[in-house]
Ligand binder design. Structure first.
Ligand code: IMP
Ligand code: MG
Length: 337
Protein backbone atom coordinates (compact mmCIF):
# COMPACT_ATOMS: atom_id res chain seq x y z
CA UNK A 1 0.00 0.00 0.00
CA UNK A 2 1.06 3.58 -0.46
CA UNK A 3 2.25 5.40 2.64
CA UNK A 4 2.67 8.67 0.84
CA UNK A 5 3.52 10.13 -2.54
CA UNK A 6 5.41 13.35 -3.30
CA UNK A 7 4.98 15.02 -6.67
CA UNK A 8 7.40 17.16 -8.68
CA UNK A 9 5.89 19.36 -11.40
CA UNK A 10 6.98 22.24 -13.60
CA UNK A 11 5.16 25.53 -12.99
CA UNK A 12 6.16 27.36 -16.17
CA UNK A 13 6.93 25.98 -19.66
CA UNK A 14 9.31 23.12 -18.91
CA UNK A 15 13.07 23.08 -18.50
CA UNK A 16 12.85 24.54 -15.01
CA UNK A 17 15.25 22.01 -13.52
CA UNK A 18 12.84 19.30 -12.36
CA UNK A 19 15.54 16.66 -12.89
CA UNK A 20 17.76 18.35 -10.35
CA UNK A 21 14.96 18.52 -7.76
CA UNK A 22 13.92 14.90 -8.35
CA UNK A 23 17.52 13.75 -8.07
CA UNK A 24 18.11 15.57 -4.80
CA UNK A 25 14.82 14.32 -3.29
CA UNK A 26 15.77 10.77 -4.24
CA UNK A 27 19.05 11.21 -2.41
CA UNK A 28 17.63 12.81 0.70
CA UNK A 29 14.30 11.02 1.27
CA UNK A 30 13.65 7.30 1.39
CA UNK A 31 11.45 6.51 -1.58
CA UNK A 32 10.72 2.96 -2.71
CA UNK A 33 9.54 4.00 -6.19
CA UNK A 34 10.05 6.80 -8.69
CA UNK A 35 7.29 7.06 -11.30
CA UNK A 36 7.22 9.14 -14.48
CA UNK A 37 3.57 10.04 -14.89
CA UNK A 38 3.04 11.91 -18.18
CA UNK A 39 4.48 12.52 -21.61
CA UNK A 40 7.11 10.53 -23.44
CA UNK A 41 10.46 11.17 -25.07
CA UNK A 42 9.64 14.87 -25.52
CA UNK A 43 10.98 15.47 -22.02
CA UNK A 44 14.64 16.07 -21.40
CA UNK A 45 15.99 15.91 -17.89
CA UNK A 46 19.60 16.73 -17.27
CA UNK A 47 20.99 14.82 -14.32
CA UNK A 48 24.38 15.61 -12.84
CA UNK A 49 25.63 12.47 -11.16
CA UNK A 50 29.13 12.41 -9.73
CA UNK A 51 31.28 13.77 -12.57
CA UNK A 52 28.92 12.78 -15.37
CA UNK A 53 25.95 14.45 -17.02
CA UNK A 54 23.11 12.20 -18.15
CA UNK A 55 20.28 13.31 -20.42
CA UNK A 56 17.18 11.28 -19.75
CA UNK A 57 13.93 11.43 -21.67
CA UNK A 58 11.48 8.81 -20.52
CA UNK A 59 13.51 6.70 -18.10
CA UNK A 60 12.60 7.81 -14.57
CA UNK A 61 15.42 9.49 -12.65
CA UNK A 62 15.01 6.78 -10.00
CA UNK A 63 16.83 4.45 -12.37
CA UNK A 64 20.04 6.46 -11.84
CA UNK A 65 19.66 6.24 -8.05
CA UNK A 66 18.57 2.61 -7.92
CA UNK A 67 15.11 3.53 -6.65
CA UNK A 68 12.55 1.31 -8.40
CA UNK A 69 11.72 3.19 -11.61
CA UNK A 70 8.21 2.95 -13.06
CA UNK A 71 6.82 4.40 -16.26
CA UNK A 72 3.19 5.02 -15.32
CA UNK A 73 0.03 4.51 -17.39
CA UNK A 74 -0.19 8.22 -18.24
CA UNK A 75 2.93 7.99 -20.41
CA UNK A 76 3.56 7.11 -24.05
CA UNK A 77 6.73 5.23 -25.01
CA UNK A 78 8.55 4.23 -28.18
CA UNK A 79 10.27 0.86 -27.58
CA UNK A 80 13.02 1.87 -30.01
CA UNK A 81 13.76 5.23 -28.38
CA UNK A 82 13.58 3.61 -24.94
CA UNK A 83 16.26 1.13 -25.91
CA UNK A 84 18.43 3.94 -27.33
CA UNK A 85 18.12 5.87 -24.10
CA UNK A 86 19.01 2.83 -22.02
CA UNK A 87 22.10 2.32 -24.21
CA UNK A 88 23.05 6.02 -23.89
CA UNK A 89 23.07 5.69 -20.11
CA UNK A 90 24.93 2.36 -20.24
CA UNK A 91 27.64 3.71 -22.54
CA UNK A 92 28.21 6.58 -20.14
CA UNK A 93 29.09 3.98 -17.55
CA UNK A 94 25.91 3.46 -15.54
CA UNK A 95 23.74 0.38 -15.36
CA UNK A 96 21.02 0.43 -12.72
CA UNK A 97 20.40 -2.53 -10.45
CA UNK A 98 16.63 -2.30 -10.93
CA UNK A 99 14.67 -3.20 -14.02
CA UNK A 100 12.54 -0.41 -15.41
CA UNK A 101 8.90 -1.25 -14.73
CA UNK A 102 6.46 -0.21 -17.45
CA UNK A 103 2.76 -0.31 -16.68
CA UNK A 104 0.86 -2.54 -19.06
CA UNK A 105 -1.42 0.39 -19.93
CA UNK A 106 1.40 2.57 -21.29
CA UNK A 107 0.58 3.43 -24.89
CA UNK A 108 3.09 2.76 -27.61
CA UNK A 109 4.60 5.43 -29.83
CA UNK A 110 4.93 3.59 -33.12
CA UNK A 111 7.31 4.17 -36.05
CA UNK A 112 4.28 5.65 -37.81
CA UNK A 113 3.69 8.15 -34.98
CA UNK A 114 7.34 9.16 -35.09
CA UNK A 115 7.33 9.72 -38.81
CA UNK A 116 4.08 11.67 -38.68
CA UNK A 117 5.50 14.02 -36.04
CA UNK A 118 8.89 14.29 -37.74
CA UNK A 119 8.00 17.27 -39.92
CA UNK A 120 5.58 19.06 -37.58
CA UNK A 121 6.01 22.86 -37.68
CA UNK A 122 2.87 24.66 -36.50
CA UNK A 123 3.20 23.82 -32.79
CA UNK A 124 6.94 23.27 -32.92
CA UNK A 125 6.82 19.90 -31.19
CA UNK A 126 9.89 17.96 -30.12
CA UNK A 127 9.05 15.56 -32.97
CA UNK A 128 9.05 12.55 -30.69
CA UNK A 129 5.63 11.23 -31.73
CA UNK A 130 3.74 12.35 -28.64
CA UNK A 131 0.79 14.10 -30.26
CA UNK A 132 -0.03 11.27 -32.70
CA UNK A 133 0.34 8.60 -29.97
CA UNK A 134 -2.02 10.38 -27.55
CA UNK A 135 -4.43 11.07 -30.40
CA UNK A 136 -4.65 7.36 -31.19
CA UNK A 137 -4.88 6.49 -27.49
CA UNK A 138 -7.94 8.70 -27.09
CA UNK A 139 -9.39 7.40 -30.35
CA UNK A 140 -9.11 3.97 -28.70
CA UNK A 141 -7.19 2.39 -31.51
CA UNK A 142 -3.65 2.28 -30.20
CA UNK A 143 -1.38 -0.53 -29.01
CA UNK A 144 -0.22 -0.67 -25.41
CA UNK A 145 2.71 -2.44 -23.76
CA UNK A 146 0.28 -5.03 -22.42
CA UNK A 147 -0.92 -5.80 -25.95
CA UNK A 148 2.08 -8.11 -26.36
CA UNK A 149 2.70 -11.26 -24.35
CA UNK A 150 6.45 -11.17 -24.45
CA UNK A 151 9.10 -8.53 -24.83
CA UNK A 152 12.52 -9.65 -25.84
CA UNK A 153 14.76 -7.44 -23.72
CA UNK A 154 16.75 -7.53 -20.52
CA UNK A 155 16.18 -4.13 -18.98
CA UNK A 156 12.44 -3.51 -18.60
CA UNK A 157 9.49 -5.46 -17.36
CA UNK A 158 5.81 -4.91 -18.06
CA UNK A 159 3.87 -4.72 -14.78
CA UNK A 160 0.52 -3.67 -13.35
CA UNK A 161 1.03 -0.51 -11.31
CA UNK A 162 -1.97 -1.36 -9.15
CA UNK A 163 -0.40 -4.63 -8.04
CA UNK A 164 2.99 -3.04 -7.54
CA UNK A 165 1.79 -0.16 -5.36
CA UNK A 166 -1.29 -1.46 -3.60
CA UNK A 167 -0.10 -4.84 -2.30
CA UNK A 168 1.37 -5.79 1.08
CA UNK A 169 4.56 -3.74 1.01
CA UNK A 170 4.68 -0.15 2.11
CA UNK A 171 5.46 2.18 -0.79
CA UNK A 172 6.76 5.74 -0.69
CA UNK A 173 6.52 7.12 -4.16
CA UNK A 174 8.13 10.06 -5.89
CA UNK A 175 6.02 11.13 -8.86
CA UNK A 176 8.24 12.69 -11.52
CA UNK A 177 6.48 15.10 -13.85
CA UNK A 178 7.51 16.14 -17.33
CA UNK A 179 6.80 19.40 -19.19
CA UNK A 180 4.85 21.91 -17.08
CA UNK A 181 1.53 23.56 -16.27
CA UNK A 182 2.15 26.20 -18.99
CA UNK A 183 2.30 23.33 -21.52
CA UNK A 184 -0.61 21.32 -20.05
CA UNK A 185 -3.18 20.20 -22.62
CA UNK A 186 -5.98 21.97 -20.69
CA UNK A 187 -4.25 24.70 -18.69
CA UNK A 188 -1.48 25.70 -21.07
CA UNK A 189 -1.59 28.24 -23.87
CA UNK A 190 -3.56 26.06 -26.34
CA UNK A 191 -2.68 25.04 -29.03
CA UNK A 192 0.95 25.66 -28.00
CA UNK A 193 0.82 22.84 -25.52
CA UNK A 194 1.80 19.22 -25.19
CA UNK A 195 -0.73 16.37 -25.28
CA UNK A 196 -0.73 15.27 -21.63
CA UNK A 197 -1.68 16.41 -18.14
CA UNK A 198 1.40 17.89 -16.54
CA UNK A 199 0.03 18.87 -13.10
CA UNK A 200 -0.88 16.96 -9.95
CA UNK A 201 -4.06 15.63 -11.59
CA UNK A 202 -1.84 13.91 -14.14
CA UNK A 203 0.07 12.29 -11.29
CA UNK A 204 -2.89 10.92 -9.33
CA UNK A 205 -4.38 9.53 -12.53
CA UNK A 206 -1.58 6.96 -12.39
CA UNK A 207 -3.22 5.07 -9.53
CA UNK A 208 -2.24 7.39 -6.66
CA UNK A 209 -5.00 8.17 -4.13
CA UNK A 210 -5.25 11.97 -3.89
CA UNK A 211 -5.21 11.92 -0.11
CA UNK A 212 -1.87 10.09 -0.04
CA UNK A 213 -0.14 13.09 -1.63
CA UNK A 214 2.24 14.56 0.93
CA UNK A 215 4.37 17.26 -0.70
CA UNK A 216 3.99 18.93 -4.06
CA UNK A 217 7.22 20.46 -5.32
CA UNK A 218 6.64 23.11 -7.98
CA UNK A 219 9.74 23.98 -9.95
CA UNK A 220 10.40 27.22 -11.81
CA UNK A 221 13.39 29.27 -12.92
CA UNK A 222 14.37 32.85 -12.10
CA UNK A 223 13.34 33.66 -15.68
CA UNK A 224 11.05 31.80 -18.09
CA UNK A 225 11.96 29.90 -21.23
CA UNK A 226 9.77 28.35 -23.89
CA UNK A 227 10.52 26.19 -26.92
CA UNK A 228 8.05 25.97 -29.77
CA UNK A 229 6.48 27.89 -32.63
CA UNK A 230 4.71 30.73 -30.86
CA UNK A 231 6.50 34.04 -30.51
CA UNK A 232 7.46 34.32 -26.88
CA UNK A 233 10.63 36.35 -26.65
CA UNK A 234 10.35 40.13 -26.81
CA UNK A 235 12.99 42.65 -27.86
CA UNK A 236 15.45 42.99 -25.05
CA UNK A 237 19.15 42.30 -25.55
CA UNK A 238 19.31 40.80 -22.08
CA UNK A 239 17.49 37.67 -23.28
CA UNK A 240 20.40 36.70 -25.53
CA UNK A 241 22.74 37.08 -22.57
CA UNK A 242 20.49 34.95 -20.38
CA UNK A 243 20.34 32.28 -23.09
CA UNK A 244 24.14 32.15 -23.30
CA UNK A 245 24.81 32.27 -19.56
CA UNK A 246 22.01 29.86 -18.73
CA UNK A 247 22.84 27.48 -21.61
CA UNK A 248 19.22 27.60 -22.69
CA UNK A 249 19.25 25.10 -25.52
CA UNK A 250 16.89 22.10 -25.63
CA UNK A 251 18.04 18.83 -24.04
CA UNK A 252 15.95 16.84 -26.51
CA UNK A 253 16.28 18.85 -29.70
CA UNK A 254 19.13 21.33 -29.16
CA UNK A 255 16.82 24.21 -30.18
CA UNK A 256 17.53 27.63 -28.64
CA UNK A 257 14.92 28.35 -26.00
CA UNK A 258 13.06 31.67 -26.17
CA UNK A 259 13.56 33.68 -22.99
CA UNK A 260 11.24 35.94 -20.99
CA UNK A 261 11.11 37.51 -17.55
CA UNK A 262 9.63 35.33 -14.82
CA UNK A 263 5.84 35.44 -15.13
CA UNK A 264 4.68 35.58 -11.53
CA UNK A 265 1.01 35.53 -12.56
CA UNK A 266 1.45 32.14 -14.25
CA UNK A 267 3.63 30.90 -11.41
CA UNK A 268 1.04 31.82 -8.80
CA UNK A 269 -1.85 30.35 -10.77
CA UNK A 270 0.03 27.09 -11.35
CA UNK A 271 0.98 26.86 -7.68
CA UNK A 272 -2.57 27.56 -6.42
CA UNK A 273 -4.25 25.07 -8.76
CA UNK A 274 -1.85 22.28 -7.91
CA UNK A 275 -1.74 22.72 -4.13
CA UNK A 276 2.00 23.30 -4.27
CA UNK A 277 3.68 22.98 -0.85
CA UNK A 278 7.26 23.83 -1.88
CA UNK A 279 8.56 26.01 -4.70
CA UNK A 280 12.09 25.69 -6.02
CA UNK A 281 13.19 28.67 -8.10
CA UNK A 282 16.30 27.64 -9.99
CA UNK A 283 19.12 29.51 -11.72
CA UNK A 284 19.03 32.71 -9.69
CA UNK A 285 22.79 32.92 -10.32
CA UNK A 286 22.14 33.55 -14.03
CA UNK A 287 20.19 36.75 -13.28
CA UNK A 288 23.03 37.77 -11.02
CA UNK A 289 25.48 37.30 -13.91
CA UNK A 290 23.47 39.48 -16.30
CA UNK A 291 22.47 41.83 -13.48
CA UNK A 292 18.77 42.08 -14.27
CA UNK A 293 16.05 41.46 -11.74
CA UNK A 294 12.90 42.00 -13.79
CA UNK A 295 9.70 39.98 -13.32
CA UNK A 296 6.19 40.15 -14.76
CA UNK A 297 3.46 40.87 -12.23
CA UNK A 298 -0.13 41.84 -13.03
CA UNK A 299 0.91 41.67 -16.71
CA UNK A 300 3.50 44.42 -16.27
CA UNK A 301 7.27 44.26 -16.20
CA UNK A 302 8.52 45.14 -12.74
CA UNK A 303 12.16 46.22 -12.50
CA UNK A 304 13.41 45.06 -9.12
CA UNK A 305 16.61 46.62 -7.86
CA UNK A 306 18.64 43.65 -6.74
CA UNK A 307 18.58 40.04 -5.62
CA UNK A 308 17.26 40.93 -2.17
CA UNK A 309 14.31 42.80 -3.61
CA UNK A 310 13.75 39.99 -6.14
CA UNK A 311 13.55 37.25 -3.52
CA UNK A 312 11.53 39.37 -1.11
CA UNK A 313 8.91 40.40 -3.73
CA UNK A 314 8.43 36.81 -4.93
CA UNK A 315 8.31 35.32 -1.43
CA UNK A 316 5.85 37.90 -0.14
CA UNK A 317 3.51 37.55 -3.09
CA UNK A 318 3.46 33.75 -3.16
CA UNK A 319 3.44 33.12 0.60
CA UNK A 320 0.49 35.50 0.88
CA UNK A 321 -1.56 34.14 -2.02
CA UNK A 322 -0.77 30.41 -2.23
CA UNK A 323 -2.49 28.93 0.79
CA UNK A 324 -0.80 25.53 0.60
CA UNK A 325 2.73 26.91 0.25
CA UNK A 326 5.15 26.19 3.10
CA UNK A 327 8.49 27.14 1.65
CA UNK A 328 10.27 28.75 -1.29
CA UNK A 329 13.85 27.85 -2.11
CA UNK A 330 15.95 30.16 -4.27
CA UNK A 331 18.53 28.00 -5.93
CA UNK A 332 21.40 28.10 -8.38
CA UNK A 333 22.28 26.33 -11.60
CA UNK A 334 22.81 22.63 -11.08
CA UNK A 335 26.24 21.54 -10.03
CA UNK A 336 26.89 18.10 -8.66
CA UNK A 337 24.01 17.32 -6.32
P1 IMP B 1 5.35 17.82 -27.97
O1 IMP B 1 5.15 17.53 -26.53
O2 IMP B 1 6.61 17.21 -28.52
O3 IMP B 1 4.14 17.48 -28.79
O4 IMP B 1 5.58 19.40 -28.12
C1 IMP B 1 4.55 20.34 -27.81
C2 IMP B 1 5.14 21.61 -27.21
O5 IMP B 1 5.67 21.32 -25.91
C3 IMP B 1 6.31 22.20 -28.00
O6 IMP B 1 6.27 23.61 -27.84
C4 IMP B 1 7.53 21.63 -27.30
O7 IMP B 1 8.69 22.42 -27.48
C5 IMP B 1 7.06 21.65 -25.86
N1 IMP B 1 7.73 20.64 -25.01
C6 IMP B 1 7.45 19.32 -24.96
N2 IMP B 1 8.24 18.72 -24.06
C7 IMP B 1 9.02 19.68 -23.53
C8 IMP B 1 10.02 19.70 -22.50
O8 IMP B 1 10.36 18.68 -21.90
N3 IMP B 1 10.58 20.91 -22.22
C9 IMP B 1 10.21 22.04 -22.86
N4 IMP B 1 9.27 22.09 -23.80
C10 IMP B 1 8.68 20.92 -24.13
MG1 MG C 1 13.61 19.67 -20.27
Amino acid sequence: MIKHADVVIGLSYGDEGKGKVVNSLLKNESYTHCMRFNGGHNAGHTIHKEDKIFSTHVIPTGYLQNVQPIIGPGCVVSPRLLEEEYEHIATRGFTGNKKIFIDKRVNIISAQHLSEDSNEVSIGTTRRGNGPAYRDKYARKNLRFGSFNTWNNGFFEVVDVYEELHGEKECKVLMEGAQAVGLDIDWGDYPYVTSSHCGVAGAIQNGIPFNKIRNVYGVAKAYDTYVGSKKFETDDPVFEKIREQGMEYGTTTGRPRQVGFLDLDLLQRSAIMNGVTHIVLNKVDILEKVNTWKVVKDKEVLDLKNKTEFTRTISEMLMKNVETLKNIYFSESPKDI
